[in-house]
Design a protein around this ligand. Structure first.
Ligand code: ADP
Ligand code: ZN
Ligand code: ZN
Length: 813
């Protein structure tokens, strides 16, 4: 009897019902292994879809003749290792997404197979004739377009030329009339690039006429440089393909193809490792000891304490053992400077993964890792999936950054994925930060999840920490200064400008300044239940808590001091720019905000310009990452620290502490000392007081006490359900229905709190209205169960409504 082999496959069809493993017959001549990608027929129409092989077996408990066969293997690449498949299964459970979403999340986006359709004419003359019978004009136009296009056109080509709304129906009609037929095509998006190299072949009897100058030049070059790149011949010597073809035909040359990688890193002189300072040595020793005992480590080192050098040396240790390493940094820190530090240490064994790469480059970097040519991957969040096969260490720098949490499905947290991956692969795990997240620090000091703490309290060579001053803006108002710049800040701005140094001014991020405060006494309206700032709603002029739904009228006078200076708080970057020019004259200013950073690289371009001293002043709403060294910045001013302090988020204090400490880390990087000026209406807030003293531990103690009191993470787990849509009334109705369903499902799980539904603080994004429900439980599993119950029993008819779920979101805006 013939051996029957069956593949277990996850298909690319995103929906609840098909989120499972399917069985397919493996054709006899197909050499299939786990992790391969295949094309399979799917559903009643046998649509071709891509699928990933997650298992191979020879036994099934149902009728074999019901099985469909795999159509083809897309390539011989193994996309997913058994370890990666374990990780994917875990991600699906943990973040409540589909298998295929977890798979796509772990692979470079561009390697996905693109599904499209080609529309072909059954008979061109007949088509035009038929259409003379008074059908809508667009039908004729489409047929004419397709005729001109060579009797067929892809969906994309048609979309480029016709209105989307009309196209779909017109095509259906044309198919019904028998004029067009539709054929599914599947396209690989990224393919391996080959470089061609030219070698001399049979040259002893070579005859080239004197007139054929290009042929002669070609042969000279090839004989002198056997293996010369064909592109060099074409570009640098203007030798055409025809000349090459002629010489090939005569047999004088031969061409060899070799795989090429698109991203060629600049070659840098290799840098010797630094001799570690005493403090660094101690830290490395502690870290290695913890690793040896099977622990993870949180490295809490102040800005400039030499953490990056420690990362480099820990990676080196792993490389010496023949293992590989992953370093995650926030996207914004992936600057040429930061990347150079790694390349000059590890040469071309470094692969870089970030959003600035073209899709081809990303694919090639991914492949260099998969093929074992790269040993160190440095990248943003998704680099946690770098396809190494013998991973020695994962390092997450600036581990407190919220960019490690994905905001699209799968909504994973790279730090949690890193923990799981290090467990599956037996790799070491290091988190590093000057301002660790409260959750991680709490784990480290309590040795939860095998996390241990290592601290460094001083900068390399005892370089001084910058001075941080807190300015009480209530006093400024009292003394008659109504400008947005306090007297101290004005003084320091003048100092910096006059001495030719650079300065950075930060203010609130747009869309966050939604609270109401008193400029006279600093009073901020807060929710009595949740201890977070109430959110101001201009429409209706009221305040509400978006955790629990509490609301009240917007006060006209300050409840605390009776002042009438109580109002919606918010200053935009443009206003700061204008007032700056008013106060300090016309000076070249760079602005970095939502308006100036719409393009992909604009962020980086602005910072590069600032680095190159094309402007003395940078005004920004966005935090600038590590890896940006501005040696001439001597002043960082935070115009409105209150917008961080009053974020409608229980992490407001944490965010404020991080923001102040990290901006202080930007000042005084060079030889010149730096000063940081923070303007605030609540200057005695604990997060400012501790930040001023560079005292993380002090801050942590105050913050963790509050978290415990209010039962916020790490003492509980939160889930957020956002209900959104274009029509407000529909969204509100849907939010209530979802709320009712969740409440009824909870009935036997009384230990889960349900807040809302209430409007989300960002109550409208891209014209979509947003409402939310917040769930709180002591155990994460309870949350996951409730939400799974919700998914499986959700029979609500919610057309035009989107529901998105986030487990332990990092912000609930
Ligand atoms: P962190 O990552 O903690 O902010 P860095 O690794 O960027 O700190 O180090 C801060 C500065 O100190 C850098 O300019 C770095 O080159 C330098 N540095 C780090 N370690 C050493 C060392 N052992 N000897 C001399 N200079 C060092
Ligand atoms: Zn007041
Ligand atoms: Zn509340």
């Amino acid at each position: 009897m013939k051996d029957i082999k069956i593949a277990q496959i996850i298909v690319d069809n995103k929906c609840k019902e098909t989120d499972r493993v399917y069985s397919y017959l493996i054709p006899d001549d197909m050499n299939l292994s786990i992790g391969h990608r295949v094309i399979v027929p799917f559903g009643r129409s046998n649509k071709k879809v891509e699928g990933y092989v997650v298992g191979i077996t020879d036994s099934i408990d149902f009728e074999i003749n019901k099985l469909k066969s795999i159509i083809s293997l897309t390539s011989n690449e193994v996309f997913l290792s058994p370890n990666m498949l374990k990780l994917i299964a875990w991600i699906r459970e943990k973040y409540l997404c589909y298998y295929i979403e977890a798979i796509h999340g772990a692979l470079p986006a561009n390697i996905r197979i693109k599904n499209t359709y080609r529309y072909e004419l059954n008979n061109s003359n007949k088509g035009i004739d038929l259409l003379k019978e008074g059908y809508p004009e667009i039908l004729t136009e489409i047929v004419e377009f397709i005729v001109e296009n060579g009797d067929s056109a892809t969906k994309e080509e048609l979309r480029d030329n016709f209105n989307d709304n009309l196209l779909e129906n017109a095509l259906k009609k044309l198919i019904k009339l028998g004029i067009l037929r539709k054929r599914q095509i599947i396209k690989k998006q990224e393919s391996i690039k080959y470089d061609k190299f030219v070698y001399p072949n049979n040259t002893h009897n070579m005859i080239i006429s004197a007139a054929a100058k290009k042929q002669k030049l070609l042969m000279d070059l090839v004989c002198k440089n056997p293996g010369i790149n064909i592109e060099v011949l074409k570009k640098d010597y203007s030798i055409g393909q025809e000349t090459i073809n002629t010489m090939l035909k005569k047999g004088y040359i031969k061409v060899e193809e070799r795989e090429a990688y698109r991203l060629t890193q600049e070659e840098l002189p290799l840098e010797e490792k630094k001799v570690l300072t005493v403090e660094q040595q101690r830290a490395v020793k502690e870290i290695k000891n913890y690793f040896d005992e099977g622990n993870h480590v949180l490295l809490n080192g102040v800005t400039g304490s030499g953490k990056t050098e420690i990362y480099l040396q820990l990676i080196e240790t792993e490389l010496e053992k023949g293992k590989q390493g992953i370093v995650l940094v926030p996207e914004i820190s992936l600057t040429p400077q930061m990347i150079r530090r790694f390349i000059s240490r590890f040469g071309n064994t470094v692969a870089v993964l970030h959003s600035g790469l073209s899709s081809g480059e990303k694919y090639d970097e991914w492949r260099r890792i998969a093929e074992g040519k790269a040993k160190v991957a440095i990248g943003a969040r998704s680099a946690i999936f770098a396809p190494f096969n013998n991973l020695g260490i994962i390092i997450i720098d600036e581990e407190h950054e919220s960019t490690y949490k994905s905001e699209t499905r799968p909504k994973y947290d790279a730090r949690e994925v890193a923990m799981k991956r290090s467990e599956i692969e037996g790799a070491n795990l290091l988190f590093g930060s000057a301002t660790p997240s409260i959750e991680s620090y709490y784990k480290a000091v309590n040795n939860l999840n095998r996390m241990k703490l290592v601290s460094i309290d001083s900068r390399v060579n005892n370089k001084k920490m910058p001075d941080i001053e807190i300015i009480d803006m209530r006093e400024e108002l009292k003394s008659g200064n109504k400008s947005i710049f306090s007297n101290r800040l004005t003084e320091e701005i003048n100092n910096a400008l006059n001495s030719g140094n650079q300065l950075i001014l930060f203010l609130n991020r747009r869309g966050y300044s939604t609270f109401v405060s008193c400029r006279s006494c600093g009073y901020v309206a807060k929710c009595p239940n949740c201890n977070i700032s109430l959110t101001y709603h201009a429409k209706g002029d009221y305040l509400s808590c978006h955790y629990c739904g509490y609301s009240k009228a917007n006060p006209k006078v300050c409840p605390s001091c009776k002042s009438k200076y109580i109002k919606y708080f918010g200053i935009g970057t443009q206003r700061v720019e204008k007032e700056f020019e008013g106060a300090f004259g016309k000076i070249k200013i760079l602005r970095m905000d939502a308006d100036t950073t719409t393009k992909k690289n604009s962020h980086k371009l602005i910072l590069d310009k600032f680095r190159n001293k094309e402007a003395q002043v940078l005004i920004g709403t966005q935090m600038i990452g590590k890896g940006h060294d501005f040696p001439d910045v001597t002043l960082v001013g935070i115009i409105t620290s209150d917008t961080y302090l009053n974020l409608p988020d229980f992490r407001a204090g944490e965010r404020t502490f991080q923001m102040v400490t990290q901006s202080a880390g930007r000042a005084g990087r060079g030889d010149k000392p730096g000063v940081v000026i923070i303007q605030s209406y609540s200057p005695h807030h604990y997060s400012l007081i501790h930040a001023r003293k560079h005292d993380y531990v002090g801050f942590f103690k105050d913050e963790i006490r509050l978290r415990k009191e209010m039962n916020y993470p790490p003492f509980s787990h939160l889930g957020q359900i956002v209900i959104s849509g274009y029509k407000e009334d529909k969204v509100i109705r849907a939010a209530r229905e979802v709320g009712d369903l969740i409440n009824s499902l909870r009935s036997d799980k009384k230990d889960i709190e349900i807040w809302g539904p209430s409007p989300a603080p960002l109550s409208r994004i891209n014209n979509r209205h947003r409402w939310q429900l917040v769930l709180k439980a002591d155990k994460e599993n309870k949350l996951l169960e409730l939400i799974k119950d919700f998914y499986s029993s959700n029979t609500l008819n919610l057309s035009e409504i989107g529901i998105s779920v986030d487990i332990n979101p990092l912000s609930m805006l």
